[in-house]
Design a protein around this ligand. Structure first.
Ligand SMILES: Nc1ncnc2c1ncn2[C@@H]1O[C@H](COP(=O)(O)OP(=O)(O)OP(=O)(O)O)[C@@H](O)[C@H]1O
Ligand SMILES: [Mg+2]
Length: 336
């Protein structure tokens, strides 16, 4: 792929080639290569310790890669650090606000770091506070914010200098579903209205599925799959209709049916893999009726990104994932 389009403008906001980061004996990132198109919402999805934050830290010039190359907004992360930094916004995984300042003061401090002129700064502060709906809380101390409000303020801060590319490291970790949903709305608005390229990390499957135009599965420092959520799910080869039946049952009755792609039986449950699950449910019930099979319940399941992750890596994202870390954060009251 050529990074320059007909108008002589680059079309990739991020180009990563064989990036490696070693911490002594730990290989945190083990040769990742990917490109993010301008205007995309791109997700790095993987369990705890997969190497997501380390990748983000290298791309945002916070740490040096051990080897490999990357460009962000067409600037080399090694040779052109200052231009990379000017082009990006970052929302860190760990909260990084000053609790003893108000929301507005945190934003002013950030604006000063970016040398924003005072008129521009107050205009931008109003804009970003409006976007994350924190106008009425702007002048209270951040220590009195809830976890969701802090996250929203951090997102607002990341946007103040109108970056071309924004990195969101676990934007909704530890937040309740309603606040998470709100933050998803801001992310989409940011991407649609301001054409900001967004790269986010998450271990929430629904988040990657809902927000991202493409998702990279990260496991043990490597990208093990990369595609649109739709195409990744299609790799599962169909929808699953599960039937609770009288036990025992001859599964050959279903295996013989041409349009049933796979049959798995687990005690009194049969799992049938089919295309177009919604349409096939009635046909499945028909086959059961004709063969005198009594069905107690039927359930249709579309494959999730979690199913695909399990298929590829042999393990789930959640069981190893953030739950423990999330709980610790909650216990320590960093996210309320
Ligand atoms: N500064 C460091 N020194 C030593 N090891 C590190 C350091 N930073 C990260 N690691 C290790 O690198 C690996 C990848 O960590 P990283 O934080 O990138 O994972 P992650 O995918 O962001 O996980 P999480 O979902 O928990 O945020 C882990 O094994 C971690 O312990
Ligand atoms: Mg992380």
């Amino acid at each position: 792929m050529n990074p320059i389009n007909q108008n002589n403008k680059y079309v990739f906001d991020i180009e990563v080639t064989a990036l490696v980061k070693r911490f002594k004996e730990v290989v945190a990132v083990n040769g990742v290569t990917f490109k993010v198109n301008s205007g995309e919402i791109f997700g790095l999805l993987g369990p705890n310790g997969a190497g997501k934050t380390t990748t983000i830290k290298m791309l945002t010039t916070l740490i040096e890669p051990t080897s490999g190359k990357a460009k962000v907004a067409n600037y080399d992360i090694g040779k052109d650090k200052s231009n990379v930094r000017k082009s990006i916004g970052i929302v860190f995984q760990d909260p990084s606000l000053d609790d003893k300042l108000t929301g507005r003061e945190n934003l002013v401090f950030h604006g000063m770091l970016y040398n924003l002129e005072s008129k521009v700064m107050s205009k931008r502060i109003s804009e970003v506070l409006k976007l994350v709906e924190l106008e009425d809380k702007a002048d209270i101390l951040v220590e009195n914010y809830s976890g969701g409000m802090k996250r929203r303020l951090e997102i607002a801060r990341g946007l103040m200098h109108q970056p071309k590319v924004i990195f969101l490291d676990e934007p909704t970790v530890g937040l309740d579903p309603q606040t998470r949903r709100k933050i998803w709305d801001y992310i989409i608005e940011l991407n649609k209205k301001h054409k900001t390229t967004i790269i986010l990390t998450t271990h929430y499957i629904e988040e990657a599925d809902f927000l991202c135009s493409r998702v990279a599965f990260v496991d043990h420092g490597r990208i093990v799959a990369l595609d649109t959520p739709e195409k990744l799910k299609n790799k599962m080869g169909g929808d699953i209709i599960s039937l609770k039946v009288d036990f025992p049952i001859n599964k050959n009755i279903f295996s013989k049916v041409k349009w049933i792609k796979n049959v798995k039986s687990l005690n009194d449950t049969l799992e049938l893999t089919v295309d177009d699950g919604e349409k096939k449910i009635l046909d499945v019930l028909d086959v059961a009726k004709k063969n005198g099979i009594k069905i107690h319940s039927v359930n249709l399941r579309k494959p999730s990104l979690e199913d695909v992750f399990i298929k590829i890596t042999g393990k789930g994202i959640r069981e190893e994932a953030g739950s423990f870390k999330d709980r610790m954060r909650m216990i320590h009251g960093r996210m309320r």
